[in-house]
Write a protein that binds this ligand. Structure first.
Ligand code: ZN
Length: 97
């Protein structure tokens, strides 16, 4: 196995919890954008998870927002998520059903 492809396993690590109404301490705008571009319920408790790969050669950075039975993934480190990441990731998420 090499570190350059993604045939090795990535563990998800829970890094934060919160609601869109309360906001997230790691990102001043994320809750606002999620409210604007997604239909994630405002007062539902969300769990934020990040990939923790451990391999220095692996560039994977991914964030997952979990609520109820939903798993919304954004291919960006949680602190670096942009408005466009939220918009495009949500469009992909709803398209997949
Ligand atoms: Zn990896």
């Amino acid at each position: 196995m090499t570190g350059n492809n993604h045939n090795h396993n990535h563990g998800w690590k829970s890094v934060a919890k919160g609601t869109l109404g309360g906001g997230f301490s790691f990102h001043p705008k994320l809750a606002i954008w999620l409210e604007e571009y997604t239909n994630i319920p405002k007062e539902t408790e969300l769990e934020i998870l990040e990939v923790s790969c451990g391999e220095a050669s692996c560039p994977t950075e991914e964030t997952m927002i979990v609520w109820k039975e939903h798993e919304f993934r954004i291919s960006r480190k949680k602190e670096k998520i942009s408005k466009m990441d939220v918009d495009l990731s949500w469009k992909r998420f709803v398209t997949k059903g």
